[in-house]
Design a binder for this molecule. Structure first.
Ligand SMILES: [Zn+2]
Length: 302
């Protein structure tokens, strides 16, 4: 089947940098194992703030040149993770960053939040029918933390998975394809609490002015809801965490990384998670109830 590897993983994200923060270890691990890992990013992140003072001129309220710059950051990050297939939904700039919930940018022409979900999903159906992934990763219905582009990414990814499987839908976009497993990005509450405990213990060694709080972490849920955990064995894990850290560093306008901690443009320190966690939203778990999958492809048939 068009020369693709046997296992194929598709991730759908809102902005450049979300993939490295949420899934850097997962992407590096599967890319290293020869899985076809594909990333679709829905916007260029044009409305982001900028951390390095010498790049502050790029922001939307000044030169409005951040989107083009972040295309380059994303490409660097993908090199670090070993991921060759990264695309923008509908092509770069088709959908624009909508800004935070309630901002006037939510409703400007081209804003992803204002996009028709079925129309936007059509672009993703074409990718799904081409790559035929067994596993899709995206956000939960609240987008992890309520950002409009993250909520919309969830809606578009969910709708695209349905439409891609629908035999009567748009045969010009390829033959129907059923994705076997759909996961949401999650973080278990105890892992967040332990991460912040380490941050507080490190105290003045943490090079950011203040710590964030567990409420600043997207997708946090009770541990029981986690169905999959991705890390690596000891030697491999170090390499994957190093790749994730380097990928996050590549998004230099958005993320400042220091050792096991990082900060976004709000300058609040957060722990960098070395394992990544998922909740299976659609599909059959590959392990008995109550156990966590250690492989997103567990139980995949085709
Ligand atoms: Zn984002």
């Amino acid at each position: 089947m068009n020369g693709l590897p046997a296992r194929r993983l598709l991730l759908v994200h809102a902005h450049p940098d979300d993939e490295s923060i949420n899934n850097g270890v997962t992407m590096a691990k599967y890319a290293a194992e020869g899985v076809h890992v594909a990333l679709v990013t829905c916007t260029l992140g044009e409305e982001g703030e900028v951390i390095p003072p010498d790049l502050a001129h790029l922001t939307a309220d000044r030169e409005d040149a951040l989107g083009a710059h972040r295309i380059g950051e994303l490409a660097e990050a993908m090199k670090e993770l070993g991921v060759a297939d990264h695309r923008f939904l509908g092509g770069p700039g088709r959908f624009r960053d909508s800004g935070m919930m309630g901002a006037e940018q939510n409703h400007r022409p081209g804003a992803f939040w204002s996009a028709d979900v079925d129309e936007a999903a059509g672009y993703l159906v074409e990718v799904i029918r081409e790559l035929r992934p067994q596993v899709l990763v995206t956000y939960d219905p609240n987008g992890g933390y309520g950002h409009p582009d993250h909520i919309q990414a969830h809606r578009v990814a969910t709708r695209a998975a349905e439409l891609a499987a629908e035999p009567a839908y748009r045969r010009d976009l390829g033959a129907p394809h059923v994705i076997e497993k759909l996961y949401w990005n999650r973080v278990p509450r105890t892992v967040v609490e332990e991460g912040f405990a380490r941050l507080h213990e490190a105290g003045s060694e943490v090079p950011f002015p203040e710590p964030a709080t567990p409420d600043d972490v997207p997708g946090v849920v009770a541990d029981e809801r986690i169905t999959a955990e991705i890390g690596g064995d000891e030697a491999a894990e170090q390499a994957f965490v190093a790749a994730k850290t380097a990928a996050m560093r590549a998004h230099a306008t958005q993320i400042a990384v220091d050792g096991p901690f990082f900060a976004l443009s709000n300058d609040l320190a957060q722990p960098l998670f070395t394992h990544e966690y998922y909740e299976l939203a659609v599909g059959t778990p590959g392990v008995p109830a109550g156990e966590r999958e250690r492989d997103l492809f567990a139980g995949v048939r085709a």
